[in-house]
Ligand binder design. Sequence first.
Ligand code: UDP
Ligand code: MG
Length: 313
Amino acid sequence: MEKLYLVIPCYNEEAVLDETRKRLDKKMKDLIKKKKIHKDSRVVFVNDGSKDKTWEKICQYHEEDSLFSGINLSRNRGHQNALLAGLMTVMNDADMVISMDADLQDDIEVIDQFVDEYYSGHDVVYGVRSSRKTDTFFKRNTALAFYKMMERLGVQIVYNHADYRLLSKRALKALSEFKEVNLFLRGLVPLVGFSSTTVTYERAERFAGESKYPLKKMLSFAFDGITSFSIKPIRFILFLGLFIFLCSFIILIYALVRYFQGAVILGWTSLIVSIWALGGLQLFAIGIIGEYIGKVYMESKARPRFIIESYLK
Ligand code: UDP
Ligand code: MG
């Protein structure tokens, strides 16, 4: 029997935590009773610098029941970093780890299937949403556009898979070799390789509290995903620049023809339009390149990706 660790990043989740604890308690004890997982399995809550009573609650769960452990980060670092902190901390104790959100939008009933797939030899099991019925029209369509774009840009990610997944100890060790600071875990895990499979589930609505991913965070997350995994946008700018340079030859010929026709005073309109268009394009291009330079800058510092204040083992 192998040890299963659940890793759950929590940011201001006091409204959902009691219910989450109750459901996971039942699920884990059930799995232990069915002898599917080792009795020393754990549920590990990672407190990502919450401002509410989240950490107090985690401490209390830990005192009442050794099934629950907690990791307290020194400050808020965002979902991806909190998740990584949890994964890297439990890596040596666990045989397999499942990452999930605190609001239990991901159906915990499929944990059984995750574990079964692990025993049948898979190192990575991706949880994939069967539909996006519970999402708003806006979120559903922007998510779809995002996956499509990632595919075009040559980034390998699993369609409709968020961060609900099982990783074996071996896969975790391999993941720990990826040192990048700009974290986009769902892009990294496919790069780890090993045998993988998917399990589909129905995603529910958040049962309490509100989303910690407002539009602004979502957009910057998507943008990070693209620029951390694909250099195609830069190449696109290169070709665009070349194309515009070639166009300027045509413009030159046109200008000469007009000159010999004696109509030089004409052309103010085209001039002003080109100044704005080219100026805008150049700024846009510099901006994209700047974005990548920014990434290089952050990576070159190699700052710690998370700092742990305490660990209730
Ligand atoms: N989260 C976190 N740090 C943050 C933001 C979110 O650890 O800075 C956690 C949050 O507590 C939750 C998970 O990340 O467990 C996913 O967040 P949420 O459910 O709000 O996102 P959504 O499901 O709306 O995309
Ligand atoms: Mg959620």
